[in-house]
Design a protein around this ligand. Structure first.
Ligand SMILES: Cc1cn([C@H]2C[C@H](O)[C@@H](COP(=O)(O)OP(=O)(O)O[C@H]3O[C@@H](C)C(=O)[C@@H](O)[C@H]3O)O2)c(=O)[nH]c1=O
Length: 188
């Protein structure tokens, strides 16, 4: 596996190290030892799959507060997504900064999202499936989110939003929850 740290400390793009032969290729998609060697948390509580019918579908921006904060290892197993993560660690020099990474079934790239980040994606092709391993169990009482189009986040989505859940339409403006987010994301 090829680990490339992004400008957001602890967030990594992970590429496959392909061993090709006449059948195709073999590659590791996850390895506890390699994760530990790069300082990534290797725990997997759930492996989730999402299917998206329509290009333009948007899911996000989601997170769980501590003590249920999750790591995520995200891939597009079919189709393509633009994946965006936002740093919500109050002590981080890159607090509120984001990165956007295209994950698709050609590049077979994964994004490792550390704990205390908001995460979301937009689907770039019809019939796109995502698969992601998360480090904590789903915890509805600790889950929350931010608006994908909140001006404070300044996220650029490539397509018009064609489908979005009711829940994702109704997250509060960051200005209104900033103090709560900083307090609940503080782990010092
Ligand atoms: C995330 C999750 C949802 N659910 C349920 C709740 C709801 O009835 C249904 C769909 O949930 P959601 O609408 O939250 O699904 P979705 O919008 O796809 O949520 C996901 O979005 C991406 C961007 C993430 O980062 C993930 O962590 C997760 O939050 O599945 C579970 O039972 N377990 C889970 O782990």
């Amino acid at each position: 596996m090829i680990f490339t740290e992004t400008k957001l400390k602890g967030a990594f793009i992970i590429d496959l190290e392909r061993r090709e032969d006449s059948r195709g290729f073999f590659a590791r998609g996850f390895c506890r030892k390699e994760f530990e060697n790069h300082g990534l948390k290797p725990d997997i509580a759930q492996a989730n799959i999402a299917s998206n019918l329509k290009k333009g579908t948007l899911r996000g921006m989601h997170f769980q507060f501590p003590p249920a904060a999750e790591t995520k290892l995200v891939r597009a197993t079919r189709g393509a997504i633009l994946d965006i993560i936002v740093d919500l660690r109050p002590e981080s020099p890159t607090f509120l900064q984001h990165i956007a990474v295209e994950l698709n079934d050609d590049n077979q790239r994964a994004l490792y999202v550390p704990e205390r980040f908001a995460h979301g994606y937009q689907v770039l092709r019809d019939n796109t499936d995502t698969s992601y391993q998360v480090g904590e169990f789903y915890s509805p009482e600790n889950e929350s989110g931010l608006m994908y189009n909140d001006p404070r986040l300044g996220l650029s989505w490539p397509l018009e939003v064609s489908v979005i859940s009711e829940k994702d339409r109704k997250f509060a403006a960051f200005d209104d929850v900033e103090a709560t987010v900083k307090k609940r994301m503080n782990v010092a």
